[in-house]
Structures are given as C-alpha cells and as structure tokens.
Write a protein of this length. Structure first.
Length: 502
C-alpha cells in the first residue's frame, strides 16, 4: 500500500513542534522491516562512500550529483563526521527551506542515536536548536549568509555542504560567490555543492572546473503517463489514483513544490503533477515582490516524477501533454536572483565590503536595472549615501533579518517613541495573511473585516487586529469568529519577542 503525492499550487502553514519531538514512524514495508543502519546502507550513496570521501579529501571543492532520495542530504554530513572532519570544526549543511533543515536534522540525529540539538542541530530564522556539542549543523542558506557577516572566513566550519544547489535560491547564489572567495583563503575548508539535476557542468565551471562526482540513480522504475487532453483527464485518473487498496486505505499527500527535492517522503508509489508552481517575482512597476503562478520547468517535472520509485516501482501522472513538456516548458527554472528584489542582497554585500556590485562573482548576474533599482530603494531609505557606501543607518539595518523597509521602521520608531506598536506591525507583516474568506461566506467575512479597518492605514488596521486579539486573551475562538487565521496570529508574539532582541 503506497502513498500518493499530489503537487498542487497552494500555501499552507505547517506546525512542526510536536512532530520534532516524536520519533519518525515508518510508512512503507521497506522502512518497517529495516533497521536505521540497514536503511542507511541500502541508500545509493553507501555503495560509493569511500570513493566520495577520497575525492573530497583530494579537492577543496567538489560537485556531487545525485537524485533526490540517493541519501546525499542525510548521509554526506555523517560520512564527513565519521572521517574526522568534525575534530577541527563543524560540518554545516545549507537547505533552501526551513522545513527541510528541521526535518533532516531530526532524521540524522535519530540515525546517530543522539538528541536533536546536541551532536546534530539546526538553525533557522528566529530559532537556533544547537549547542556546544553540535558537530553537524543543518541550516537555511540565509543563516549561513548572516553568519558570514560576523565571521567572513567561517572559521568554525571544517566543511560546508550547499545542498539542493539546483534550486538556485537568492541566498544560495550569493553564497556561491562568497564561498568561492572563502575557499581561496582557507585551504583547510571543504566545500561540497550538491545538486539533484544534471546541470553540474555549470556549477563545476563556476568554481574553476572542479571535479564532479555522480551518485547512482533511482533504484526502481517510474512510469511516466502524460495527459492527452490536459486537465480534462483528471476525472479519468480518479479510479486509478484514488481507488482504495484491497488491504487498507491509501494516504494522499497534497504538497507544494517543497516536496520536489527538499523532503523525501517514505513509501510514495504515485505522483500526480499539475504542472504549475508559485514563484516569487519582483514587479518593478509597483516595487514589490509577488507570488505568481507559473508553469514548472522540465527539471521540476523530472524531480516530481522522482518522488515515486524510491522503495518500489511507481507511476507519475502528468496533467499536461508531452508536447507541452517538450515545447512549452523551460529546461530549468529562472534563478531567483534574476527575478526578485535585490535590496537585501545589496545591503548584505555592501556590509561585507563589496564596493562594485556589478563586478561581484554571480553565477548568473542579475539584470543591471534590478540592481540599480535596489540601490535607489536603499538610498531612499537612507541605507546608502550618494557615493553608494553604507551609512550608519544602513549598518544597523543589516543586523535585522527583515526587509530593509521594515528594518528602517524599527530603527526610526526608537527615535519617535513608538517601538512597541511598530514591533507589532512589523511582526504582523512578517506572517502569512491573517484574514481568510471561506467559500459561501465571503460577504459575511468582508463585513467582519471592515470592523477592524482604519481608513488611514493598512498598518494601523493590523495593529488594531492584534490589540483586539490581545484584549480577548489571545483566543482562538475569537479568531475563528472574526475569520482570522489563528496559526498566523500565534506567530506574531514570538516574532515580536525575537525582533526586540536585536
């Protein structure tokens, strides 16, 4: 009885607190019958363990290519630990998403028979689950980027693994340029860049024609079934995909593109690929980033198909035609650095002493207009002076893990005596949308929302919502009655506390 994974375009908040405290439960027959050690040894990476360690020992930078599920994320850190690299520093592994950093750290701590936060830990924005004992650290790429502000050569690391490099997140692309320079200064640092796709030559060329190591591929075959008539075939698929198994009930997982590479879910037999994802794109006309729905790339499609076939033969149902796959989809997704606002990147690089941003070593340089627009935005905020250098205000803004405009709000609020209110507003702006409109009750929810409205400012409307929630003892019932997301609201006090610490 296998799992079904459906890729869909949606946003949802996940609560990991309880999950992180519990032991992982096996889903497939394979996982139930094998010990953790046997599962480790069954992974494709185990067969090439010694060859991989040899090539890492002989080179400062190595590109490792292996499909999702090959074991590179969970095993490579342990191999380096077992080979002695943690005797003179930590082994760090970056992830493009917080969920992956947390869940992978949990899995590795179980495989090493240690408590999470001791030998193995993780760090994400506003949460550090590490200790003095930590030798393997999983973190978001943004965390490592901020650590480079305090320690430019990352001296407390013996090895850095940049995982899921093919996703080309904004922070990952900046780290490429920074780490290339760090390795040139530190001969004892190992940099391993891992990718689940076959664009390894580009990575190798960027780092100076470094060696590429390939991990064996998928263990079981996956049948690819294209739709002949696009989305109309969904109804025809229902009996095949959603039919009840003779010996029980199938588990159906609906996921965003986070499940493409960041997480390997045990026991998936079927994948339904809708062919779309949400991407963050900068709109220079309004000066803001926005999440927009776009067709996925061919590389994304192949990653989605790879979700099945890990512990047995699988099938991938693509809800688009083969012609659309070949002729309409891009080969790879456009890197985030070429489609989003770069104000944070400019601020960070300026604080690291990079004076001419147009000469910085980007793998794919961002559009010059985007860079200049971002510098203009920072000049308006008072973070840069007329020569393009950081101002004292700009140096303060770098310390906040926030959008530059929000950082400036917090700094100015101290002088204006309204820090408490601005902390609430900034925290409210840092969580997902707090209002929702249930189907069939749109008019009712709009009327309730109108009660909170402050005509002069949406920001004051958010402040009004928070203060009324506080006056009602942070009640979830009050949130439900007023069509407000309880989970989003519960994050606000924690964000408020964390931001007040800076």
């Amino acid at each position: 009885m296998g799992l079904i994974l459906i890729f869909h375009v949606f946003r949802a908040e996940q609560k990991f607190a309880d999950h992180m405290k519990e032991k992982n439960q096996a889903s497939s027959e394979f996982a139930k019958k094998k010990t953790l050690l046997e599962q480790r040894q069954y992974l494709p990476i185990f067969a090439v363990r010694q060859q991989l360690l040899n090539i890492i020992r002989d080179n400062n930078i190595v590109i490792v290519v292996g499909e999702t599920g090959s074991g590179k994320t969970t095993q490579l850190t342990q191999y380096l630990h077992e080979d002695g690299y943690t005797s003179y520093g930590m082994v760090g592994c970056t992830q493009p998403r917080r969920v992956a950093a947390m869940s992978v750290a949990k899995r590795v701590s179980e495989e090493m028979n240690s408590n999470l936060g001791e030998e193995v830990g993780y760090a994400i924005r506003f949460e550090d689950c590490t200790s003095e004992k930590t030798v393997i650290k999983y973190m978001t790429d943004g965390i490592l980027l901020r650590e480079s502000l305090r320690e430019s050569d990352l001296d407390h690391y013996s090895a850095v693994i940049m995982d899921e490099a093919h996703e080309r997140s904004l922070n990952t692309d900046v780290l490429f340029g920074l780490l290339r320079e760090v390795v040139s200064r530190r001969s004892d640092l190992k940099l391993i860049v891992t990718s689940a796709t076959m664009d390894s030559d580009k990575f190798a060329g960027f780092f100076g024609n470094v060696p590429i190591f390939h991990i064996p591929g998928r263990t079981f075959p996956v049948d690819i079934l294209f739709s002949k008539v696009g989305y109309r075939m969904v109804c025809e698929l229902n009996p095949c995909v959603y039919g009840q198994a003779p010996d029980g009930v199938r588990k159906c997982i609906v996921a965003t593109n986070i499940a493409e590479t960041s997480l390997t879910v045990d026991g998936i037999m079927f994948v339904v690929d809708a062919g779309y994802c949400k991407l963050k794109v900068f709109n220079p006309r309004i000066g803001m980033d926005a999440l927009q729905v776009y067709p996925i790339s061919q590389a994304n499609a192949n990653q989605r198909a790879g979700r099945a076939g890990r512990t047995g033969p699988g099938q991938c149902y693509r809800l688009y035609t083969q012609s659309a796959f070949k002729n309409e989809m891009l080969t790879t997704t456009i890197p985030e650095i070429q489609r989003t606002n770069l104000a944070n990147v400019v601020l960070l690089l300026k604080s690291l002493g990079v004076q001419d941003l147009l000469l910085f070593h980007f793998m794919d340089p961002p559009p010059e207009d985007n860079m200049l627009n971002s510098m203009y935005q920072l000049w308006i905020l008072g973070a840069l002076d007329n020569t393009g250098s950081l101002t004292p205000t700009g140096r303060l803004m770098v310390e906040f893990p926030l959008d530059p405009a929000l950082s400036k709000m917090l700094i100015v609020s101290c002088d204006m005596g309204c820090s408490a209110d601005i902390l609430i507003i900034v925290s409210m702006l840092s969580v997902p949308s707090i209002f929702y409109r249930p189907k069939g009750r749109e008019e009712e929810s709009d009327q309730v929302r109108e009660k909170f409205s402050v005509p002069e400012s949406d920001h004051l409307t958010y402040l009004n919502v928070y203060l009324q929630w506080k006056n009602n003892n942070y009640s979830s019932i009050w949130c439900n009655d007023h069509f407000i997301h309880t989970k989003a609201m519960r994050k606000v006090p924690q964000l408020k506390f964390n931001q007040s610490m800076f």
